[in-house]
Design a protein around this ligand. Structure first.
Ligand code: GLU
Length: 425
């Protein structure tokens, strides 16, 4: 198949909902999915929009728009993060909610999929403004969330503190402490050990598995990580300690390159001190996003959507692409990567370590019994490795790429449950 010049306008190519739906349609067709179920699974179950009044520190009242989309509750409570960003759109939240359904099904944990987002610029808000916004958003969603209904977690620009506020607000309304309403909480209020680094750990585990397919050794594997947030920094740190050579870190405000490998622990320290990766002495400074097309063995986009598009996919030199972010590759770019024979570990598998450990947290909260970190990591390791094997062998058996295989495995699991449960009329 030849690589055609892109015909789709970039706005359409980078619409995450269209990217999700395009892969869903391919996988559903290959599965011969019943037409009715196709429609059921293509669209979210429920979409909630709230307008959140927040008193700013200067006394003015501001209204923020927030969403919570519950794509599916067929396999269990809806599950998924909440992001705060000026770029949040309903289509993005819809896509992310669907990806959560597929992600939970790929790793076979008993959850459906959901996502939340609030259109705001957290960098310009004070801590108390963020707290008031979070609490009011939670109150607006009160009847829709809960340990058996929908369980939020951190995502872009939200963290353990955000989860603590949500947990507290929900608990105040319930008149009792309900730890299992969110995951990714601080450890002293029902959070799980290992949750903070879990997505990065999962990324590392699937990279290890991918390496085996290529007979590569960690020490000789050159890795570039795009994004140094929770996912990218933890993946880089863990992989660096495991012996990988992290030759590049790409951030929105600049990149770092060192062909002999970057000392990631020193970089983490530098970032903690200065607030940015730029200015780090142990590597050469390069322009933001230059490293996406630099020579390496493994490329890990771990920031946000749409970094690999028809505009740059043909220039990628990595042999292995591990999607730490949700939706980093557009659907149209998939074909280019396939033509280049790049081994893709798709987002719904590669970054599933976070929600898997969220599942462990939810289980621990409900049992009131907390596991040692080694147990959490061992269980995570096991689920990530076996899910990787399941997807990659499915891809080989059915002659599809890893991404379509992951969607097919997931869709099949969800549709089987819907068929058995039947449609309530
Ligand atoms: N926000 C993370 C994700 O996109 C984690 C979701 C969760 O733990 O529920 O997978």
């Amino acid at each position: 198949m030849s690589i055609e010049t892109p015909t789709l306008p970039i706005e359409q190519e980078t619409n995450p909902w269209m990217a999700q739906a395009a892969r869903f349609d391919i996988a559903a067709r290959k599965l011969n999915l019943d037409e009715g179920l196709w429609k059921v699974l293509r669209y979210p179950n429920r979409e909630i929009t709230v307008h959140i009044p927040v008193q700013l520190d200067n006394g003015k009242l501001e209204i923020f728009t927030g969403y919570r989309v519950q794509h599916s509750i067929a396999r269990g409570p809806a599950k998924g993060g909440i992001r705060y960003s000026p770029d949040v759109t309903l289509d993005e939240v819809r896509a992310l909610a669907s990806w959560m359904t597929w992600k939970c099904a790929v790793v076979n944990i008993p959850f459906g999929g959901a996502k939340g987002g609030v259109i705001c610029d957290p960098k310009k808000m004070s801590r108390s403004e963020l707290e008031r916004m979070t609490r009011r958003y939670t109150a607006e969603l009160f009847e829709f969330i809960g340990p058996e209904k929908d369980v939020p977690a951190p995502d872009m620009n939200t963290n353990e503190q955000t989860m603590a506020w949500i947990m507290d607000t929900y608990s105040m309304h319930m008149r009792q402490t309900v730890t299992a309403v969110v995951t990714g909480k601080p450890e002293n209020m029902g959070g799980s050990k290992g949750r903070r680094e879990a997505t990065g750990r999962g990324v590392w585990v699937v990279t290890d598995e991918a390496l085996k397919r290529f007979n590569l050794q960690r020490e000789s594997t050159r890795v570039i990580v795009q994004g140094f947030g929770n996912v990218g920094s933890n993946a880089a740190r863990l992989m660096h300690s495991a012996g990988y050579k992290i030759i590049g870190i790409d951030e929105y405000d600049g990149g770092l390159y060192n062909k002999n490998g970057i000392d990631i622990n020193a970089l983490v320290e530098h970032r903690a001190k200065t607030g940015s990766v730029t200015g780090f002495k142990g590597a050469e400074a390069v322009g933001a996003h230059e490293l996406l097309i630099a020579d390496c063995d493994v490329l890990i986009p771990a920031a946000t959507e749409n970094v690999i598009t028809t505009r740059n996919a043909d220039k990628i030199k990595a042999r292995i692409l591990i999607e730490g972010a949700n939706g980093p590759t557009t659907a149209v770019a998939d074909d280019i990567l396939a033509d280049k024979n790049i081994f893709v570990v798709p987002d719904i598998l590669a970054n599933a370590g976070g929600v898997t450990t969220s599942y462990f947290e939810w289980v621990q909260d409900r049992q009131g019994y907390f596991w040692q970190e080694s147990v959490v990591n061992q269980q995570l390791d096991h689920i990530m490795r076996s899910s990787f094997d399941a997807v990659v062998s499915y891809a080989q058996q059915h002659s599809v790429n890893n991404r379509i295989a992951a969607y097919m495995v997931a869709i099949d699991r969800v549709q089987a449950v819907i068929r058995q449960r039947g449609i309530y009329a």
